[in-house]
Structures are given as structure tokens and as C-alpha cells.
Design a protein around this ligand. Structure first.
Ligand code: UTP
Length: 289
């Protein structure tokens, strides 16, 4: 079955980025000159997604405005001879159909996804975390859609994390079925140090069947008092089955301060007009220490 819709949760408090996130969501923070969320939306569009359900909370107007037509700005830019820039802005508002849903209280990622239930309905869907970036030769979520379609089962992206960092993630364990693919038997959200069942950590891309909805609706608050998507996925793994897939590409956690700086450097180094300047800057900074 085709995957046409994607949910992008962007309603978290973003406490790690306060005070920057006091009035705007962390998903609006720029990677070089482009909000993180725009890069995530572009990935979904490139993978063939036709409708995005944006879950927003505080500061929602900046998210909605970003994907709306900015008529005055476009008109002013065009009048000043900056036609290319005006067209670049116009493309953002026309690239995909976007529906926005409010998560009134940040009760957790599982709850954020559940807020989209009525809009998504009875069909498979993707979830892309609005603060997780994948710099990949093929859109990461597109790779995951292929896994979902080949296996006929929900699929989550995972990556092997260094020993000692498992407690920062949802961690999966299970039986390898092919290179880079594991059939999940067990999942745990942020395991206490030393108790993780493996080093395979869930990173922000999921493709799920509608069977997840009733499970999610029944999921009680878990780690940190939040309704955890990982807990609902554990239920799905046990009832229908779930695949963990290692994807091609480099993942950046733009919701973490160091991860955000790293993502900025990595994306800047790929821009011909900035690469040399960034390299020189890094050398200069390293020598100064
Ligand atoms: P995070 O745990 O990274 O987001 O959630 P956070 O809670 O905003 O971050 P910190 O720890 O306080 O800095 C992963 C994704 O899920 C969304 C976030 O916006 C982020 O994109 N999320 C999280 C929601 O939409 N609603 C929630 O209730 C929680």
C-alpha cells in the first residue's frame, strides 16, 4: 500500500535550546539558512509524500507562516530585482499540502503522533521527527517506505550508538533477518545505564500501519511521565511485527546543541560558496585553543 501521508511532530518544549525556543519551536532554528523543519519536509516530499500533518504547540504561528505564502515579501523582493530569491520563497509554500494540528499539552511523542489520528485515518503513514536530520543519498524516509512495502510490516530507523549512550534513546533488540534489518522482539525507552538490550537506537524516522492507532490510544504515560511512542511500538512489535532498519546516510540530532552545531558545519561544508570559508574558520578556531 502506498504511503501518502507523513506526521512531523514539532510541539516539544525544546528545553535544551532555551532561551532560543522561548517564542519559536526548535524546529525553526536554521541549519545554515534553512529551518530544520524545511529540510525535513523536503525529505518527505522527495520520498513521494503528498500530505504533511504538522503537530505544533507553542510558537505555532512561525511554523505555519514559514510554509504559507509570504506575498508582501515575495512582491518586494521581485520589485527589487531579487526574482530568484522570491521564487525560492514561493517554492516553500507550494511544495506540499500541509495540515496543522495542535497538541495542546506536550504529553510526549506518542501523544503528539496520536493527535494526527483523525487526519491520517486508516492508512499507513510515515513519522519524521522535526529535529532529526538525515543527510542521505536517497531520502531516509523513502528508504524506510521501501522496507515497509517489502516486509508488509511497520519499520523504524535505527543506528548503532557508541557504548554508554544507549540511555539517551529508545533501544531495540531482536533477530537479524538480513544485513541491516532486524525483526524487533523487544524495545525499551531510555534504558537505565548498563541495562540496554543492544546498542541499536531508534532515530527519528518511522513508517507505520494504522494498527498502531488503537495501541497508541491505550498507551499509558511511561518514562518521564510522557506517553512514549516506543511503548506503543513495543505493543505493535509483539502483535503484528516490526522491523528495525539501518539506513544509508548520516544522521544529525539537531535537537541537541552539539548535534545542531555539527549539522550546521556538515551542511555548510556541502555549500560551494561556504565550504572554503568554513574550513578556514575551523582551522583558525582549532589553532586558537
Ligand atoms: P524531544 O524529546 O527531542 O523534544 O522530542 P523536546 O521534548 O522538545 O526536547 P527537549 O528535551 O525539551 O530539549 C522529539 C520530537 O518530538 C516532538 C518534538 O518537538 C521533537 O520534534 N514532541 C515531543 C512533540 O511534538 N510533542 C511532545 O509532547 C514531545
Amino acid at each position: 500500500m502506498r504511503v501518502r501521508k507523513a506526521i512531523i511532530p514539532a510541539a516539544g518544549l525544546g528545553t535544551r535550546f532555551l532561551p532560543a525556543t522561548k517564542a519559536i519551536p526548535k524546529e525553526m532554528l536554521p541549519i545554515v539558512d534553512t529551518p530544520t523543519i524545511q529540510i525535513v519536509v523536503e525529505e518527505a516530499v522527495q520520498a513521494g509524500i503528498e500530505e504533511i500533518v504538522l503537530i505544533n504547540g507553542r510558537g505555532k504561528s512561525s511554523l505555519e507562516d514559514h510554509f504559507d505564502v509570504a506575498y508582501e515579501l515575495e512582491h518586494t523582493l521581485a520589485a527589487r530585482g531579487k526574482k530568484e530569491l522570491a521564487e525560492k520563497l514561493a517554492r516553500i509554500s507550494s511544495m506540499v499540502r500541509l495540515v496543522s494540528v495542535r497538541q495542546k499539552h506536550p504529553l510526549g511523542l506518542g501523544h503528539a503522533v496520536l493527535c494526527a489520528r483523525d487526519v491520517v485515518g486508516d492508512e499507513p503513514f510515515a513519522v519524521l521527527l522535526g529535529d532529526d536530520l538525515y543527510d542521505a543519498p536517497r531520502p531516509a524516509v523513502g528508504q524506510l517506505i521501501d522496507v515497509f512495502q517489502a516486509a508488509g510490516l511497520g519499520a523504524v530507523a535505527v543506528m548503532e550508538v557508541p557504548a554508554g549512550q544507549e540511555h539517551l534513546y529508545g533501544v531495540v533488540a531482536g533477530d537479524p533477518i538480513s544485513p541491516g534489518r532486524v525483526r524487533i522482539s523487544h524495545m525499551v525507552e531510555k534504558p537505565a545505564p548498563g541495562t540496554a538490550p543492544s546498542r541499536l537506537a531508534i532515530v527519528g524516522r518511522y513508517v507505520l500501519p494504522p494498527d498502531i492507532w488503537p495501541i497508541l490510544a491505550e498507551t499509558k504515560p511511561g518514562k518521564g511521565g510522557e506517553i512514549q511512542l516506543t511503548d506503543a511500538l513495543h505493543g505493535l512489535a509483539k502483535s503484528k511485527g516490526l522491523i528495525a532498519a539501518t539506513l544509508d546516510g548520516e544522521r544529525h540530532d539537531a535537537g541537541d546543541r552539539l548535534g545542531y552545531l555539527r549539522a550546521n558545519l556538515a551542511y555548510a561544508l556541502r555549500r560551494p560558496e561556504l565550504a572554503d570559508g568554513v574550513r578556514a574558520l575551523c582551522r583558525e578556531m582549532a589553532e586558537r585553543r
